[in-house]
Write a protein that binds this ligand. Sequence first.
Ligand code: ZN
Length: 436
Amino acid sequence: MTRPTSRARDRSPAVAVVLLAGVAFVVAAAWLVPWSPVPGGTPDPVPAGSAFTAAEIAAGEHYASWTRLWSWSSLAVQLLVVCALGSARVREHLGRRLPGRWWVQVPLAVLLVTLVLRVLALPFGVALQQHRLDHGLSTQSWWGYARDVATGTAVSVVVTSLALTVLVALARRWQRAWVVVGAALAGGLVLVGSLVYPLVVEPLYNSFTSLPDGSLRTSVLEVADREGVPVDDVLVADASRRTTTLNAYVSGWSGTRRVVLYDTLVESLPEDQVLSVVAHELAHARHDDVLTGTTLGALGAAFGVGLLGLLVGGERMRRASVVPLVMALLAVGTQLASPVENGISRRIETRADVDALKATGDPVAFREMQLMLARRSLADPTPPAWSQWWWGSHPTVLQRLALADRSAAGPAAERARAGAVEHGAGPVDRGGLIRS
Ligand SMILES: [Zn+2]
């Protein structure tokens, strides 16, 4: 009779963490997320046929159908295998075989599970990369691709090992309070991670240079001034070594905040369209969207540690053999959280579009830019609704075009047509990264 009682007592801190972090997440989301980002309501998407030719629509659908097949197969295989690795039998086996003390065993187990998953994902990744090469979307050599896979694996092993070693250490130190301290540290790790990401992780993948002096830079700083965003520098990433697609993003917060444009974007779009992208990114900066995402991510991480305490318990958490189970729960939890994360992201992205249209007063350039981004990435204009709901971090291109049309009919466009907006028609985008 004492067992259920002590078990229940054992889990009460976890219940408290789940409730507290859950409520804090809901309150923060209600407060920080623009739930109705379009004044007057979000317009219906424009018909695909009004923006794209039948051939473009077919090409987008063909490309997306294969991308989905490879991505979803990869995801399904990895989820199945990580859940199998998390089963009691495998964990028991692992517990007997891992050498050394627990603080050696934990990183070893993380390395083992990560390598198994990455090897399984490799054929699908290679198929995806071949698919990109076949359609001219990738410019990367196989050597460069392999280097990216290796870098991604190394970053994942380091971060996961660090987090799990700390969690196991806490569970060994405090039988009950580990979950409270662990939740606080996990939240802190997300905050610090998002802050240092532009300084530590991004340089592993790209080189960055300042946007050179010239009319584009001058115009960018003017738009920044109009949007009320203090900007010291705008960076250009050498994305062309990897892709032909066009993009931009904001990352970091506080002192590490930066607006980054792909070199492909700067080189292949006319200046008024680049400014539309910049205005979107500056809107993210003005609203501190990265910090919003990071805050919600930190609360989500704390909530996750609370759930871990409930599902796994302190006793199992004290041993390295818990690693595959935690990684399985993490993988499943990440997928289950995806609709919440992306539902929030789509609203934040929509607000940035609305603000960009307002700041440039140039719906024509915005529209052309969206069409160009979609064409260059072979975007599917009409992704399956449930796929967009689950994984779509941005509104679809047809929804974004509808925003431009709405704005073109509004007062900003009237002013632009009347010449009141100085640069109206002329030269005027994932845990803490907001992509254009
Ligand atoms: Zn964005």
